[in-house]
Ligand binder design. Structure first.
Ligand code: NAI
Length: 398
């Protein structure tokens, strides 16, 4: 099994797979399109981070490729549709850095409330400005969390440990953790919170979700934090609210447009504003998150190699089935056209093989089936499924 890791993927990922008996080839940098296409020819498993573009052209040369691990959050760098059509699931680790975001959020809540970043800038410039004016404890204040998915509840629990009251607003019904209370509308949350923190995804409904009228609904002297996506907050409107004193401060980690690489110039209408903490999209960037990503994606890759599990794949129907060691396992990926499952089942039943376990899941384009069958007939069944028109790829595990 050829496993190739690019872009300095955390060493823990390599160690994890090598402990299971696999050899991993590691390259420190990203590869350009031609180099990648060439390197992929013998590779079964590819590991990348965000700087390697895995295009249709590169995939076309990757005849042996079984799966791709994106050791990061996003998967935009991979042509997911082309991978799907080739029967190649793509795995990532979307939730490995949620704690890191929650911790930074709470740290910023305290920093804002104490005007600490302002005091720090003054002191760095040689100016001593000791003052309690406008500085408050966060204990007893209300934190409003918009988006109560993976990160939101963790922020809520940390905030409660600081003695804050927690409100949240989510479009879906969520079980509150701790003593957090759901509001029925966004406005209700905005009107009742001393701090509002955004933890929603980038969707049509969340783009520009916090604009002028939402900012005006917030309490005078309150704070806004956005560590979610740059599209969610209208920064021009925020800048006006900060300048006219409606808001007392803000912490922004994500921007509508972010530089591609370190060392690049950055510009924003928030530059130079008092009591605004700006961070370069580092909410989830910790060593722990990198380690978690390494382990999580390696586990998914191993689950796919050894059991055929596609749990957590971003471009594939998710299927998992405990391995029955007395059977052989047929993994079949097919185009989702009417009658395929019937054809496969007929073929197995005609062969006289016993199916000891079977699970199928489909999306609009493809179907993925795991089927455990009697060992003596597994090879011939695989060969016959390989002949079906709708077959994309069939693999045998034993
Ligand atoms: P998630 O998908 O687990 O949770 C998002 C929640 O928002 C869900 O409960 C969903 O129902 C809710 N939601 C969706 N649309 C909504 C709307 N219109 N109004 C109210 N609620 C809505 O996401 P997770 O993992 O909690 O991440 C939250 C955000 O943080 C994402 O945008 C993610 O990209 C971002 N993020 C930022 C990082 C950073 O470095 N700053 C690192 C990790 C995540």
């Amino acid at each position: 099994m050829g496993i190739l890791f690019l872009e300095n993927i955390h060493q823990i990922a390599q160690e994890y797979l090598e402990r299971q008996g696999y050899r991993v080839e590691v390259l420190s940098g990203a590869l350009g399109p031609d180099e990648l296409a060439k390197a992929l020819e013998p590779v079964h498993i590819l590991g990348v981070r965000s700087k390697t573009t895995v295009s249709t052209e590169a995939l076309a040369r990757a005849k042996n490729l079984l799966a791709i691990g994106c050791f990061c959050i996003g998967t935009d760098q991979v042509d997911l549709e082309a991978a799907q059509h080739m029967g190649v699931p793509v795995f990532n680790a979307p939730f490995s850095n949620t704690r890191s975001v929650a911790e930074l959020t709470m740290a910023e809540v305290v920093m804002l409330s104490r005007k600490a970043s302002q005091r720090s800038l003054e002191l760095h410039s040689g100016l001593w400005q000791k003052s309690a004016k406008g500085c408050f404890e966060v204990r007893g204040k209300t934190l409003g969390i918009v988006g109560y998915g993976n990160i939101g509840p963790q922020v809520g629990l940390l905030a409660e440990a600081f003695g804050m009251s927690v409100l949240f607003y989510d479009i879906n019904r969520k079980l509150p953790l701790g003593t957090a209370r759901a509001t029925t509308t966004l406005n209700e949350l905005l009107e009742q919170s001393d701090f509002v923190t955004m933890h929603v995804p980038d969707t049509e409904a969340t783009r520009g979700m916090i604009g002028n009228s939402e900012l005006r609904s917030m309490r005078v002297g309150s704070y806004l934090l956005n560590l979610s996506r740059g599209s969610v907050v209208d920064l021009d409107a925020l800048s006006v609210s900060l300048k006219d004193g409606h808001l007392a401060g803000a912490a922004i980690d994500v921007f509508p447009s972010e530089p591609e690489s370190n060392g690049a110039r950055f510009n924003s209408c928030l530059l130079g504003l008092q009591n605004v903490i700006l961070t370069p999209h580092i909410g989830g960037s910790t060593e722990e998150a990198q380690r978690n990503i390494g382990v999580e994606v390696s586990e998914s890759i191993l689950g796919f190699i050894e059991r055929g599990s596609t749990a957590g794949a971003v471009n594939f129907p998710e299927v998992d089935l405990p391995f029955n060691t007395e059977s052989h396992r047929v993994l079949n990926i097919h185009r989702n056209v009417p009658g395929v499952l019937g054809q496969i089942n007929r073929l197995v039943s005609d062969s006289g093989a016993n199916i000891t376990g079977q699970v199928l899941s489909t999306n609009r384009e493809i179907g993925y089936m795991i089927m455990d069958v009697s060992p003596e007939l597994s090879r011939s069944i695989k060969e016959e499924i390989d002949q079906l028109d709708a077959n994309i790829r069939t693999r045998l595990l034993f």
